[in-house]
Design a protein around this ligand. Structure first.
Ligand code: B12
Ligand code: SF4
Length: 484
């Protein structure tokens, strides 16, 4: 089979899901190619597809990308060229019933595709009943076939390393980026209402362990291969919660990374799992920076609406430990919660962050993703006009919730843009309420992205080559602004 993956544009990060799929498909002798659609106009895209002659076109879809991806697929479906369109990733997994009805959608992969997608392609190739593949929902001859989810990949060491070459060929800017993404584990057992994990764990109940870990040796082997072939200056292990690991795993990983690779690493954690000794050992092993969910400074709302039950005193303690060991840390926060006084709640989050003193305070605006508990909460409590949440291309611009007034929505959207800057320059705090009243959301949006880019590349990480990486970043900056 010839499989073509199409991504709308560069997101300046590897799409690990597609890279894993590509390795698995190639191992079964399928031919795989990937392109970014924004390099072609509609005709150019059709020409490119006709040149590669795919049997299957695959798309990986986050909710924010849905409409763009469907538009690309429609262009191709309206050409003379005939193919099967297959969609996977979080949106098809959680909005299956709605998405399978959309024009031009032939099949959806629900959950992990590592084993299921090669099976699907094999069946198509052999002329077997591909509409009966596990993990797939297929629209076949006008009838929808919904198949059960099969077992989760049990031993992650059995997976082939992700096919980076296919990604870096399609998106050469990524090759130059020295901070490259890896995964050491899959899964997270927590119940945060805005995240996909809680629902995903329900869907895959009885299909294997939620938490699965690669061995440190297997992960380091991949890092070494990447270091040999591509620019690499920071190993970014993007596990949902890095500190959930089997006993001895972190010590072994740090030891191997230090001895065999000799590069710093970045991770995501939950503050309630921070312990002095672990941070000290990781710092010794090359820990560069940590991304840590704070989300909401009002403990009651954090617990009730988001199911984040970490007391603020515990988060303070985690920040103290990180500062003591001179670990750079980013707090992740959410503005615009579905509560009566949303802006006031966000101000509490702001003040809490000022007290925490992070290297950078990242913020997003809550978007109730389909299938999540917070989506149902927002609907039940009157914060959504209809069941259909408007699909936003980015969750960094505006709120999709219905607040008491337009002014309240504007305050929330403005604070979201100014949040990180005020946390790092607390003297601005006394002007905050006034600044948030002004109709300057777009201007603040420019500041937001400038501060974000500066914090990411200057405060937190370093360049392998300023000239090569900067070009990519400037491109992304203007694309973000366009969306803003
Ligand atoms: C790395 C990452 C990113 C990266 C890369 C995105 C990506 N999708 O790869 C970047 C930085 C770009 C990103 C951005 C955002 N992200 Co993000 N991100 C992640 C993260 C942490 C890991 C993704 C990953 O690589 N997983 C590992 C791989 C192996 O799994 P996978 O991608 O799911 O792929 C598997 C299956 O889904 C399936 N599959 C996937 N694609 C396809 C395609 C086909 C054809 C088939 C058959 C199968 C298939 O097979 C794969 C292998 O098993 C996930 C959380 C998570 N743990 O998954 C959130 C996640 C995807 N992100 C999320 C969000 C909310 C965002 C942002 C909106 C955040 C923000 N506020 O800005 C932005 C969106 C930016 C935009 N362009 O619009 C949500 C998405 C929810 C949703 N319904 O869309 C997630 C699920 C986290 C969460 N909190 O729930 N993100
Ligand atoms: S801890 Fe993080 S990854 Fe885990 S469920 Fe909560 S938000 Fe999701």
């Amino acid at each position: 089979m010839r499989v073509l993956f199409i991504q709308p544009e560069s997101t300046m990060h590897e799409r690990m899901g597609l890279m894993y799929l590509s390795s698995n498909l190639k191992a079964k002798n399928h031919e795989v190619h990937m392109i970014l659609a924004d390099g072609y106009g509609p005709e150019g895209l059709i020409e490119e597809v006709e040149r590669f002659q795919p049997d299957i076109v695959g798309y990986s879809v986050m909710t924010s990308e849905l409409e763009t991806v469907l538009a690309i697929n429609s262009v191709l479906k309206s050409s003379k060229y005939s193919f099967l369109s297959v969609f996977g990733g979080p949106h098809p997994t959680f909005a299956t019933d709605e998405m399978i009805q959309r024009d031009g959608v032939d099949a959806l992969c629900v959950g992990e595709g590592d084993l299921a997608f090669p099976d699907f392609c094999d069946r198509v190739e052999r002329g077997e009943e591909f509409w009966k593949t596990s993990n797939f929902v297929v629209n076949y001859e006008g009838k929808v076939f919904k198949n059960p989810i099969g077992p989760l990949v049990e031993n992650l060491d059995d997976l082939l390393f992700p096919d980076r070459e296919i990604m870096y060929k399609a998106d050469p800017g990524l090759r130059e980026n020295g901070r490259k993404m890896f995964f050491g584990s899959r899964g997270c057992p927590y119940l945060c209402t805005y995240c996909f994990n809680a629902e995903y764990n329900k869907m895959t109940k009885d299909q294997g362990d939620i938490m699965r870990h690669r061995s440190p040796e297997n992960l380091i082997e991949e890092v070494l291969q990447v270091k040999e072939h591509y620019p690499l200056n920071t190993v970014w292990v993007d596990d949902d919660t890095f500190l959930i690991k089997p006993k001895g795993w972190i010590a072994k990983f740090c030891e191997l990374l230090k001895v065999k690779v000799g590069l710093p690493f970045d991770i995501n954690i939950r503050p309630d799992l921070v312990k002095d000794e672990v941070i000290s050992d990781m710092k010794e092993g090359g820990l560069n920076s940590i991304w840590m969910g704070v989300e909401c400074g009002d403990e009651e709302i954090a617990g009730r609406v988001l199911k984040r039950h970490t007391p603020n005193t515990r988060i303070y303690r985690a920040a103290d430990v990180l500062r003591k060991h001179k670990v750079k840390f980013v707090t992740q926060n959410m503005m615009g919660l579905p509560v009566e006084q949303s802006f006031k709640t966000d101000l509490k989050t702001l003040d809490f962050n000022i007290a925490l003193g992070p290297t950078y305070a990242w913020s997003s605006i809550l978007y109730p993703f389909p299938g999540t508990e917070v989506y149902r909460y927002a609907l039940e409590h009157g914060y959504l006009e209809t069941k259909e949440v408007p699909i936003l291309q980015t969750t960094r611009v505006s709120t999709s919730l219905k607040f008491s007034s337009k002014e309240e929505a504007r305050r929330v959207e403005n604070l979201h843009k100014l949040f990180g800057i005020i946390v790092n320059f607390p003297f601005l705090r006394k002007y905050c309420e006034v600044l948030c009243e002004l109709p300057l959301t777009r201007v603040y949006g420019v500041f937001y992205y400038l501060w974000y880019g500066y914090s990411l590349k200057i405060k937190l990480d370093s360049f392998v080559s300023i000239r090569k990486e900067a070009t990519g970043f400037i491109g992304v900056f203007f694309r973000m602004l366009r969306k803003t």
